[in-house]
Write a protein that binds this ligand. Sequence first.
Ligand code: NAP
Length: 272
Amino acid sequence: MSDIYLVAGHPIGHSLSPLIHTMLFEYYNLDCRYEKIDIAPEEFEEKSKELFSVGVKGMNVTIPDKIAALESVDCVDPYALSVRAVNTVRFDGSRTYGYNTDGIGFIKALGKSGISVKGKNMLILGAGGAVNSVAKKSLMEGASKITILARDIQKAQALAERIGVEYGSLSDYEQYDYDILVNATPVGMHPNPGVSVVDTVKPDTFVYDLIYNPETTRLMEIARLSGAKAENGLWMLIYQAFESFRIWHGIEPDEIIAQKIYTKAGDTLNGE
Ligand code: NAP
């Protein structure tokens, strides 16, 4: 019987994870299946234990179950513990292990564009779960300065102080200097494209929009018109999935399958 892997969330409507992992299983000739499951946070612990007891080998966990996953696993990786969120669970037959692969996904996605955070001044817009992972990992990777800007300055302050970075109000955005600008708000995401969380971008900077649908966000358009470079969040999504795959199967996916998945995921998002 095939090994089963799942992505759990609530609601778990649309997810590219099954497409990514199924393509990896086929490419590496693994007898595995990957499915979606709707689990509310309050039932996560009980349901996940039940699923592991009937043979599920691993789970990706998405909103809003990442904290419930952190609280329900037997062992937590130090980085997942520090960002207080688990997005990958591995079951070795007796114990469950929790990890968070979002930060690695972000760093590798920037690397794909030839960008390193080392020594860079970063401005991150938003103060939600993704900011936590991105800011913490960027700090670990040597960013020289990180500032979190949010519309609710208290949220920015609470998050920034916990991570050990700077914070400010989104309304003061124009006053800030940066090498790398990261959008970690959902502003401009399908089904509400055409809007941007900021109206200007400094030239000679790099903009990473965590949004990947639409393919080119309004923020990316503004950035490119100003002479900045800009990328969407699709490579981050793919690389965080690759890190889960590596944790489960011990295989680092190669660039050939990476490119195939990027193209297929892009086509799927464009409805082709
Ligand atoms: P989240 O926890 O819900 O946080 C969203 C943040 O955006 C909050 O700080 C929220 O502020 C802020 N925000 C929402 N609407 C805003 C607006 N109109 N103006 C200014 N700020 C606004 O979400 P998340 O999990 O961090 O995800 C953030 C984005 O990243 C989403 O678009 C998500 O799809 C994307 N993402 C992509 C990847 C990837 O692999 N590419 C991974 C993770 C997330 P309040 O708290 O004040 O509401």
